[in-house]
Design a protein around this ligand. Structure first.
Ligand code: FES
Ligand code: FES
Length: 164
């Protein structure tokens, strides 16, 4: 029989004090299968593609590389935290839509959380810095330019520099 471990963590503002995990479970396993938050996608499961990117204590992290037990006490944000769940998109999501920063959309939750964490840290980010940051994640559809434009547009709007 596999030993299970109880962990406590906060996900999208909700505290969970009794999440039962196995030592082998990753954070993305718990988010998707334990908590039903399937917005976080799983691509390579090897830390390469970034589809599983979430915020851990505000910093982007690959949820497929982190064991669930390592999230003990952490504050996790997934893509579900960006909108209010009532069809109202966040400014960053709207920017992706308006700049055509997605095609199939498989990579999009990861890019959104990567960008959300990055812009919180670097609100004055230049386009070059944004381009460097998005190179951490893989997108096989867009060619990246529209993703860069979307993030830059959102950053400019947050800085009060006009429309997205
Ligand atoms: S699924 Fe986590 S990096 Fe690819
Ligand atoms: S939009 Fe298809 S992989 Fe990025």
């Amino acid at each position: 029989m596999t030993d299970k471990i109880l962990i406590s963590l906060t996900v999208n503002g909700t505290a969970y004090d009794d999440v039962l995990v196995e030592a082998r479970h990753t954070l993305v396993d718990v988010l998707r299968h334990g908590l039903g938050l399937t917005g976080t996608h799983v691509g390579c499961e090897h830390g390469v593609c970034g589809a599983c990117t979430v915020l851990v204590d505000g910093a982007p992290a690959r949820a497929c590389l982190m064991f669930a037990v390592q999230a003990e006490g952490a504050d996790i944000r997934t893509v579900e935290s960006l909108s209010d769940g009532d069809a109202e998109l966040s400014d960053l999501q709207r920017a992706f839509s308006e700049h055509h920063g997605l095609q199939c959309g498989f990579c999009t939750p990861g890019f959104l959380m990567l960008a959300e964490g990055f812009l919180a840290e670097r609100p004055q980010a230049t386009k070059e810095e944004i381009r460097e940051v998005v190179s951490a994640n893989l997108c096989r559809c867009t060619g990246y330019q529209t993703i860069v434009e979307a993030i830059d547009g959102c950053a400019r709007q947050r800085r009060g520099e006009g429309r997205q």
